[in-house]
Design a binder for this molecule. Structure first.
Ligand code: PHE
Length: 355
């Protein structure tokens, strides 16, 4: 009888303190299973005297019922507990998914388009695959021009066109000048062609695919002052109101006269010198690392060559125009002082999310 009572107490504490359902299952087997404690007690009935056999049997039966009952109760309790812990707490803050952002090139394309649309320029996006004729011949570039070498331009396989020659990946956006003259047939033309360009280079300032934006304005009496005004307007809008623009004589086959465009460096305000505050009486000055001279080179421009206007079926005696072509990757680099163009395309999220 003592043993029955002991097992009763031990089983009750064990069952009431067990923490999970699988352990409870083990306790059930331990006490109520075929080789469990209850059956062991029943086997002991042989050694109990006849007088007590009945009472002993009843006690064990009671214990069996009692244990079954508390195991069931415990089972219920553990189930409710686990349901509670799995239920949704609607007052908890949700998991934050990382937010995406626009690529810096996309942002710049939007900005440039907006700046030029304010002065009446229409955004075009001429194709990335072009005829050799439109990219070179129509732009007054002789067959022997070094840009037509396959070190500089990517030629596509396929049958060349009788007049237009081979197919290429556009090495610059200037073929858009011809296409826009063909499309509109007659001036006025105010176009901004933004497209992908391809040249087989890969270093800190070149990627084999990059973007250019090509501005073109053709009308009656257009001269260099209009070009300079448009460039001043763009550079001040994009780089900041203090920006100064300078034209340097240069040569392109498709413009005459031709220029390279420089803008004042925004890091040193065009001085080429950075001031470092010092505790000593004299100021320490250092050369600006970004520009070295106060000016940064933006790209090429000039007055559209009469031969190019003729290719576009426009009479050069009646109309004149200007054009420029700048790199998008480059203007962003100048604006923010980025020193490696490959950052745009290696997909490092730490770089991309700064814009
Ligand atoms: N197409 C020239 C380049 O890629 C730039 C340019 C465009 C120069 C228009 C003059 C006029 O370098």
């Amino acid at each position: 009888m003592d043993k029955v009572e002991k097992i009763h107490q031990k089983a009750t504490t064990e069952i009431n303190t067990v923490g999970d359902l699988s352990k409870l299952e083990k306790l059930k087997i331990k006490y109520l299973g075929r080789h469990g404690e209850i059956n062991k007690l029943l086997q002991n009935i042989k050694s109990v005297s006849n007088d007590h056999k009945k009472e002993y049997g009843q006690k064990i039966n009671q214990l069996k019922n009692k244990l079954t009952e508390i195991i069931d109760l415990r089972h219920q309790k553990l189930i409710t507990q686990s349901e509670k812990s799995q239920s949704v707490d609607i007052s908890m803050p949700g998991t934050q998914t990382p937010k995406g952002c626009l690529h810096p090139i996309t942002i710049a394309i939007q900005e440039i388009t907006a700046i030029f649309s304010k002065i009446g320029f229409i955004r075009m996006s001429y194709s990335e695959v072009e005829w050799e004729y439109l990219a070179f011949d129509a732009l007054n570039m002789p067959k022997t021009h070094p840009a037509r070498d396959d070190f500089e331009t990517t030629f596509l396989s396929g049958k060349p066109h009788e007049k237009f020659g081979k197919m290429i990946l556009t090495p610059h956006t200037s073929s858009g000048q011809i296409r826009e003259m063909w499309r509109l047939k007659k001036p006025p033309i105010r176009m901004i062609n933004i497209a992908k360009c391809y040249r087989p280079n890969w270093d800190a300032t070149h990627t084999p695919m990059f973007h250019q934006f090509e501005g073109m304005c053709v009308d009656k009496n257009i001269n260099i002052t209009h070009l300079k005004g448009a460039l001043d307007y763009f550079n001040q809008s994009y780089f900041g109101p203090e920006t100064k623009t300078r034209l340097r004589p240069h040569h392109f086959q498709f413009t005459e006269p031709s220029f390279e465009v420089d803008v004042t460096c925004s890091a040193c305000n065009g001085t080429g010198i950075l001031r470092r505050a010092s505790f000593a009486q004299d100021d320490l000055t250092v050369k600006c690392k970004i520009c070295k001279s106060g000016w940064l080179e933006l790209g090429g421009t000039g007055m559209v060559h009469p031969n190019v206007l003729k290719e576009g079926n426009i009479n050069p005696n009646e109309f004149s125009g200007w054009a420029f072509g700048f790199g998008i990757e480059r203007v962003i680099m100048m604006k923010y002082g980025i020193d490696d163009i490959r950052n745009y395309y290696t997909g490092d999220i730490r770089f991309l999310k700064q814009f």
